[in-house]
Design a protein around this ligand. Structure first.
Ligand SMILES: [Zn+2]
Length: 166
């Protein structure tokens, strides 16, 4: 059985006990999170949030890309979120390679270059990366000035979040 078939079975069981069908669309805690896609981060468990509480925008690295900005803008202006949180983490895969090396490898393996993705956003310094993501949100012309943007490093060994000063 493929993994997808396996998780579909899990979903059958989940749907049988499902009781959260009447939640409102806007996040109840008015929180939006940008986090790395790393499988060790289960954001709702880390933050103690439930269904309907927060928007969670995830990608490789927890990077404020154009698409993450798109989601944050929608999250605030259309869904009313009032605080933005960025979560990177220790032992991130994005610390383990360089954009140019991956691009070169892909060109070699596939025999072709590609316009997109234009960048992979690999980074060598976790704290500096978090500060850069905060800046990317804050410096955007549509960034809501009243909305706090705070950055954190999640420690995959301890489960603890540590704030990075902006
Ligand atoms: Zn990561």
């Amino acid at each position: 059985m493929s993994i997808i078939d396996e998780v579909l079975k899990n979903n059958e069981a989940y749907a049988k006990g499902f009781t959260q069908g009447n939640l409102a669309m806007p996040p109840a805690k008015k929180l939006a999170v940008v986090a790395c896609m790393d499988a060790r981060l289960v954001v709702s468990k880390i933050l103690g949030t439930k269904e309907g509480d927060a928007h969670v925008i995830r990608n490789a690295g927890g990077i404020v890309t154009e698409d993450a900005l798109r989601s944050l803008v929608i999250s605030h202006y259309l869904q009313g979120t009032q605080e933005f949180m960025i979560i990177n983490h220790t032992d991130c895969g994005m610390l383990t390679f360089k954009d140019d090396d991956l691009r070169g490898r892909l060109q070699k393996e596939t025999g072709t270059d590609a316009v997109e993705p234009g960048r992979f956003f690999a980074f060598p310094d976790l704290e500096a990366n978090v500060r850069q993501q905060i800046q990317k949100v804050k410096s955007h012309p549509w960034s809501p000035k009243k909305v706090p943007v705070r950055g954190f490093i999640y420690d995959v060994k301890t489960g603890r979040l540590r704030e990075v000063a902006a």
